[in-house]
Write a protein that binds this ligand. Structure first.
Ligand code: NAD
Ligand code: UDP
Length: 323
């Protein structure tokens, strides 16, 4: 089999760096492109000496000329505190980033995967969420820059597919966690683990009865690779995540137990438009990709806690004051 030239935008981020690891290990010729807004080079430093890995500092809102066979478009701030910091830039990153990478895919006849999100379902009225559900997004709320940006990106992907026969794949990712999450991204898993290890109060927003379904990063990367390798007719959108659902209070209690922490659970105001519940319907992923998640939350959290224990928090710059 010939070596593929693969571009990963957002490749130095949490998910992107794990994807680069897997592609480099498979022997592909990998280009990691990132502007380091919410990540740092340390996530991919171990790959810099590899002959089949290249790192480019670039912003996806600007065009770039590369020759590639496959593109994974992951560049976009993903944590609420990050994407709300500069909402107009977030929307530009989704929309212009999609236009620029789709243009490249069209010119190079490359396959292109879009990292979409469960946020396209907004605060869902249907539970669990199948791909056919059209969502309940507030188009003018504080999460809209991300949710509507990702929805617009999906629109662009399908229009480039229909009008220009671009070979697309759209994956809708549900909450994913694991090593290399930014310790100051403000997402619930990183917050709770960081707080528990420091013996600080664990901040549950609202009464903690809102739910999420957490996927371990290795499972998710399997889904990305399976989708890229699937037949060209398998365009998606396809839900990717774990369908075991937990309340935020259950998550906080589990983190306290696994870290052996003395932290107390405290309650803070629930942010505006915070979805009440979220769980992927994974029937399509199973049928079309033969994929389902394997890692239980307890096991994945243990690995994530070990990672958080191994890093020096002073090495990390909080990307925004919103964590
Ligand atoms: P992350 O913040 O760690 O990674 C995003 C990366 O994109 C970072 O390295 C950041 O510096 C880079 N980036 C941001 N704006 C950019 C720009 N304009 N140009 C170039 N690079 C830019 O977040 P993540 O969790 O790894 O998310 C990766 C992708 O997956 C995102 O598109 C996100 O929307 C999507 N996603 C993630 C989750 C999740 O739970 N982790 C859920 C749904 C969707
Ligand atoms: N959350 C919380 N405490 C925190 C951070 C987040 O209770 O310190 C809650 C948040 O209100 C939401 C859930 O955890 O209900 C997941 O938040 P996150 O920002 O990780 O991702 P989301 O799924 O909301 O994009």
């Amino acid at each position: 089999m010939s070596i593929k030239r693969v571009l990963v935008t957002g490749g130095a981020g949490f998910l992107g760096s794990h994807l680069c690891d897997r592609l480099v290990a498979q022997g592909e010729d990998v280009i990691c492109l990132d502007n380091f807004f919410t990540s740092q080079k340390s996530n991919v430093a171990h790959l810099l000496e590899r002959p089949n890995f290249e790192l480019i500092r670039h912003d996806v809102t600007h065009p770039i000329w590369l020759e590639v066979d496959e593109i994974y478009n992951l560049a976009c701030p993903a944590a609420p505190g990050h994407y709300q910091y500069n909402p107009i830039k977030t929307m530009k990153t989704s929309v212009l980033g999609a236009i620029n990478t789709l243009g490249m895919a069209k010119r190079c006849r490359a396959k292109i995967f879009q990292a979409s999100t469960s946020e396209v379902y907004g605060d869902p009225e249907i539970h669990p969420q199948p791909e056919s559900y059209r969502g309940n997004v507030n188009p003018i709320g504080p999460r809209a820059c991300y949710d509507e940006g990702k929805r617009a990106a999906e629109t662009l992907f399908f229009d480039y597919h229909r009008r220009n026969r671009v070979n697309i794949r759209v994956g809708r990712i549900f909450n994913t966690y694991g090593p290399r999450m930014h310790p100051f991204d403000g997402r619930v898993v990183s917050n709770f683990i960081r707080q528990a290890l420091a013996g600080e109060d664990i901040t549950v927003f609202g009464d903690g009865s809102q739910s999420r379904s957490f996927c371990y990063v290795d499972d998710l990367i399997d889904a990305f690779l399976a989708h890229m390798a699937a037949p060209d007719s398998c365009v998606g959108p396809i839900n990717m995540g774990n369908n075991r659902e937990f309340t935020m209070l259950e998550l906080a209690e589990l983190v306290v137990e696994l870290t052996g922490s003395v932290s107390k659970i405290v309650h803070r105001d629930l942010p505006a438009d915070d979805p009440r519940q979220r769980q992927p319907d994974l029937a399509l992923a199973k049928r079309e990709l033969g994929w389902e998640p394997k890692v239980a939350l307890r096991d994945g959290l243990e690995k994530t806690i070990a990672y958080f224990k191994s890093v020096n928090l002073e090495d990390f710059r909080a990307p925004t004051p919103n964590y």
